[in-house]
Design a protein around this ligand. Structure first.
Ligand code: SF4
Length: 403
């Protein structure tokens, strides 16, 4: 439902969607746009030519693009995030007061659901935002990463950490040992997440089973955890279950296992292939062989589960570049991906704290430039052949991850 009006000379559009409330206020140059979930949390904002997004952990990212340049990104310091929350809250507060007083002529009355979100958004000041983030911290271990199409999922941490934790290019789970939750503990966690999200659950699509490689959990322990998810959430209404699987050598599930998991709602598994080249995987200390990943993908697809395959562009620098392209093409072609699947190209992001930086230095690797990484992705893409309709092929920038 869309309600239109004027706030002084500024046209106002209030869009009441099933998942969020969006308020757009036209200005002399451009509109400012805010959206809130049904718990009143700020979700996105667009003002001063900058797009903002607030994560459930309270962090905010700003993105903008200058003419002729690439998109820029900046994570806000807490003070700046708080100041923005207050600025938006004041504006929304002023608009709502004007609506209540009749100073904004609307073409239809606001429905009660919209009034409720307005009232909650007005209460969502900087202190409330901090308290919300603190509750998030109490409910979750830091959510390390998600595939880009899963940023709006409900993350449920059935496991914590990564059962391998050896990959030199990955620091997401170095802070915690791997463990599998028992059903009772997981049930408590699932309910705490539900309480935390509150009516903001409306914004969420799908359930993402965390952490890193939740599907490494053996079937006899995994199935009771899935029962817990179904007990607490309407999995089908949310859009199914999603998860990562890394290190394919450890817990090999069969096509029958995946068929059983598909019946319990598993829709898609994301696997970090990184490369089809065995020597490069060894250099990265990534567990498993490329053949294991082919086998895993075939088992998933035979079981009726879609796959998301992630390739790491720039890994191994110039030393491994040719073999990386050649063997990755070969391995992906052997997976026979189809239109339900996704292929992600993720550029290697290295900082000096990563073991990869040390290993690359010791091995004398010359890194690929940004353009060379992109060209590497294009070369891989050119070599791909699909027997049916092509899968979705997309970019994955881990620096943009927000939950
Ligand atoms: S298996 Fe995946 S999550 Fe674990 S260390 Fe390697 S890349 Fe990171």
């Amino acid at each position: 439902m869309i309600v239109l009006g004027h706030w002084g000379s500024r046209p106002v559009t209030i869009s009441i969607k099933p998942n969020c409330l969006t308020v757009s206020i036209d200005g002399p140059k451009e509109a400012i746009v805010y959206s809130f979930d049904y718990a009143g949390r700020l979700w996105t904002a667009f003002l001063d030519d900058i797009a903002y997004r607030r994560g459930l952990d309270g962090k905010m990212v700003a993105k903008w693009r200058l003419p002729g340049s690439e998109r820029e990104r900046q994570w806000l310091m807490p003070e700046a995030a708080n100041a923005l929350i207050e600025r938006i809250r004041e504006e929304i507060s002023g608009l709502y007061a004007a609506i209540q007083s009749g100073a904004v002529g609307l073409n239809a009355p606001l429905p009660p659901a919209a009034e409720l979100v307005f009232e909650r958004a007005i209460r969502f000041d900087a202190a409330h935002s901090r308290a919300d983030a603190a509750q998030y911290d109490a409910v979750y271990k830091p959510v390390g990463i998600l595939p880009p199409d899963q940023y709006m999922a409900v993350v449920l941490q059935a496991t914590e950490g990564c059962s391998f934790n050896t990959c030199t290019f990955c620091s997401f789970y170095k802070d915690r040992p791997f463990r599998i939750k028992k059903p009772d503990e997981f049930r408590r966690h699932a309910r705490e997440v539900q309480d935390f999200l509150g009516d903001g659950l409306s914004l969420r699509r799908a359930i993402f089973l965390g952490d890193a490689n939740a599907l490494v959990v053996p079937m006899p322990r995994l199935l009771p955890l899935l029962e817990v998810v179904h007990e607490v959430y309407d999995v089908a209404a949310l859009g199914g279950l999603y998860a990562f699987l890394d290190g394919f050598s450890a817990e090999k599930k069969t096509a029958r296992d995946y068929a059983l998991l598909a019946r319990r709602g598993l829709a898609c598994v994301y696997i970090g292939l990184e490369s089809g080249n065995t020597e490069l995987l060894d250099f990265l200390k990534k567990p498993g062989k490329p053949e294991d990943s082919i086998e895993a993908v075939r088992a998933m697809k035979a079981g009726g589960v879609a796959v998301g395959v992630i390739v790491l562009l720039g890994a191994g620098g110039h030393t491994y570049a040719e073999a990386h392209v050649r063997d990755t093409i070969q391995v992906i072609n052997a997976m026979d991906l189809s239109e339900d699947d996704i292929l992600y190209f993720s550029e290697l992001v290295v900082d000096e704290n990563l073991l990869y930086a040390r290993d690359a230095y010791q091995a004398g690797l010359k890194p690929l430039t940004r353009d060379e990484r992109i060209a590497q992705g294009e070369r891989i893409e050119e070599g791909l052949r699909f027997s049916g309709r092509t899968p979705q092929i997309s970019r994955y920038d881990i620096r943009e991850f927000i939950y």
